[in-house]
Design a protein around this ligand. Sequence first.
Ligand code: NAP
Length: 248
Amino acid sequence: MTRFNDYKVLITGSARGIGFAIAERFAASGATVLIMDISAEAVQTAVKKLTDSGFIAFGYSGNVTDSAAMEELFAKIIRDHGKLDCLINNAGITRDNLLLRMKEEEWSAVLDINLKGSFICTQKAFKVMMKQRFGSIINIASVIGIMGNAGQANYAASKGGLIAFTKSCAKEFASRNVRVNAVAPGFIVTEMTATLPEAVTAEYAKVIPLSRMGSPDDVARLCVFLASDDSSYITGQTIAVDGGLTMH
Ligand code: NAP
């Protein structure tokens, strides 16, 4: 099992859901986990859960779309911890609607948080990592960014964009020993998908070769691999954690 030593990982949107599962898995692997989310209260609760279990965790609140606030936040992280080994761009939202009914606000909110937020945080993190000559950036995309989905044109565009963004950053950052990869979860059981009617999830399960939804920890274990030296020759890739739903 991977053991991190003096390893600092910042995970956006990690007060709950997949982000929190990623935080738990890194913490259990010995990393110092920096929880970041929009609600200060949710951040505090998440950090307490980890520290009560004997793990090393610190909390930061902020909005990934606020460039000035993120500048401050990354500066504070470096003041507090001296370095940043890994950034996981996980904060994300959905605002589903059929394209003909989609409001511009629904389009913009999703593109802003899922794509522009990842751009902002990646830029701030790379400034630190290029000086360190070390780093791993992991973008949480989605299978929807690979195969599209009716009613999710905004979300698909944001995640497809994130996959293309991942490849460009991987090419730009490689000479500084900073790797950038994307993880594309399929149907994972979280609050985001809990609202789906049972009939819909049963239909999804039928088309998943492994015949079940995934767990947040399925995603977290891949992130640990992509952050560790075990993946030191892997960059620019998008790896699906989807029970075989997408194959290419
Ligand atoms: P989630 O449970 O809704 O968690 C997302 C977290 O991000 C929430 O705590 C949310 O805070 C926070 N957040 C939202 N906007 C933010 C902002 N502007 N700045 C900082 N934090 C913000 O979602 P999830 O299901 O764990 O999904 C996590 C990631 O995996 C997302 O990128 C999602 O697209 C991706 N994904 C999920 C699935 C799935 O099946 N669940 C599948 C594929 C990909 P608030 O709720 O307080 O706003």
